[in-house]
Ligand binder design. Structure first.
Ligand SMILES: NC(=O)c1ccc[n+]([C@@H]2O[C@H](COP(=O)([O-])OP(=O)(O)OC[C@H]3O[C@@H](n4cnc5c(N)ncnc54)[C@H](O)[C@@H]3O)[C@@H](O)[C@H]2O)c1
Length: 430
């Protein structure tokens, strides 16, 4: 009943989610090596739960196929979960999305009604002003047999499964009653509120979410720089004590109100730029959002300045952490890459790096960066003249016990209350 195009973090989770709910699902991806791995029951990226679920559902009610005709023929729902990377001038590049829509609608041979559902993140007005005219152009008289909706996804990498299957709300951006009903029915077994809104509202809600998270991070980074200007401020403790305000209500958002190296990963960098560009095209260039992006762009250079301070040319800089966040091997737009680039721009330094999961993905994604990859925290400590913590993997906490070398804590892991123990735990113990 459902075909999912694009089997990355979002698409594979979506396909498995619908399979788990009892639907018959087809999964299609243009990346041959990704398809081969998935067909063997293996996941091409680090993500809890997905491999176990893939093995449970593969060839039972989840079918991975290159045969788009059969998949589309049997499906009433076509979900698009392809990438929407940063395009020219910061806009969202819709080429994969339009190509996937094209290949699927061209494969339709009957006259049954189907709904095309955009789960990829696309800027407000994309569904109605770009995708609908595109559909009408490629389908001509057949266009009326397709409903069109967006259904933004709010999952976090590292928590894909639990965020999908225990979603706190489902957003359906759709102007047609029939499409709204079909999607409400599809999601009914999840027993979560389904909010049907206009297509642009649906798209906007996703950007509200991601731009707010980016704003919280850039605000925290700017405040950390304010603290640095005063010089005698315990930044980690200050932020932790801020989180104790009962107005936060113990919510998970506090993790975004904490300084670091700058936000990275696949979503926040491209989504902030895409909304800025899309809004500017409509005649309003949001100044706060522009500054959020600018603060983030400068952050690695602020941190790199701390790292190279007083360092002799030719010295070895140790980098701990390459993934964009702990628990992930995703290095897309990771702050570690920008930090290394900035350090190399500031002088002739050697880079020795360790990450428990992301060494291979980083080496493949950034072959131009002159990095020596080492196997452990200890090896980096041994080799380096100064060490920079670029990702807050828990195991990096031990680096402070290894000796007296200078450590630049770009993630504010040290100096926390109770030596970095979980704040909630330390509060309840008290
Ligand atoms: N990663 C996240 O945490 C996250 C969270 C919410 C929303 N999103 C959004 O969801 C979308 C997908 O993100 P992702 O992280 O899963 O991307 P991804 O890069 O992991 O996966 C995208 C997949 O689409 C495939 N693809 C490209 N063109 C195709 C086509 N024509 N037909 C079939 N497959 C095709 C690619 O080969 C790739 O495997 C993006 O718009 C992203 O912004 C991502």
């Amino acid at each position: 009943m459902v075909t999912v195009f694009g089997l990355g973090f979002v698409g594979l989770t979506t396909a498995l989610g619908f399979a788990e709910l009892g639907y018959r699902v087809y999964g299609v991806d243009v990346d041959e090596s990704r398809m081969e791995m998935l067909q063997k029951g293996q996941i091409p990226y680090l993500e809890p739960k997905l491999e176990e679920l893939l093995r449970a559902h593969l060839d039972r009610n989840l079918f991975l196929t290159r045969d788009v005709e059969t998949a589309v023929h049997e499906s009433r729902y076509l979900f698009y979960c392809v990438g929407t990377p940063c395009g020219e001038g910061g806009t969202a590049d819709l080429s994969c999305l339009l190509a996937a829509i094209d290949s699927s609608v061209q494969a339709v041979e009957d006259e049954r009604f189907r709904i095309l559902v955009i789960k990829s993140t696309v800027p407000p007005s994309t569904t109605e002003e770009i995708v609908r005219p595109y559909l009408e152009e490629i389908c001509k008289e057949k266009a009326g047999q397709f409903g069109l909706a967006n259904n933004p996804e709010f999952l976090r990498e590292g928590h894909c499964w639990e965020d999908f299957i225990h979603a706190d709300r489902i957003v359906v951006g759709c102007q047609e009653e029939r499409g709204r009903q079909m999607l409400s029915e599809l999601y009914a077994p999840m027993k979560v509120p389904v909010f049907c809104v206009s297509p642009s509202t649906g798209e906007f809600i996703k950007y509200l979410s991601n731009t707010l998270l980016a704003t919280l991070i850039s605000y925290s980074n700017e405040m950390a720089q304010v603290a640095d200007a005063f010089g005698d401020i315990e930044v980690a403790k200050a932020f932790q004590i801020l989180h104790m305000d009962k107005r936060w209500g113990g919510c998970g958002m506090t993790s975004y109100v904490y300084p670091g190296c700058g936000y990275g990963g696949y979503c926040l960098p491209k989504d902030t730029c895409a909304l800025l560009a899309a809004s500017a095209r409509k005649g309003f260039e949001p100044p706060i959002l522009r500054e959020v992006i600018e603060t983030n762009r400068k952050r690695p250079s602020v941190m790199a300045g701390k790292v190279v301070q007083g360092l002799k040319e030719g010295a070895v800089v140790g980098i701990l952490g390459l993934s964009f966040k702990p628990g992930s091997d995703d290095v897309r737009d990771t702050a570690a890459a920008s930090l290394i680039r900035e350090i190399c721009r500031m002088g002739n330094y050697q880079i020795a790096a360790y990450d428990p999961e992301a060494r291979e993905t980083f080496a493949a994604a950034y072959p131009q960066l002159p990095v020596q990859y080492l196997p452990s925290v200890e090896a980096v400590y041994e080799e380096a003249d100064v060490i920079a913590v670029a990702t807050a993997w828990e195991e990096f906490g031990k680096v402070w016990s290894l000796g007296e070398k200078r450590i630049v804590d770009c993630r504010y892991m040290s100096g926390k209350i109770d030596d970095g123990q979980d704040l909630h735990e330390s509060r309840t113990r008290r």
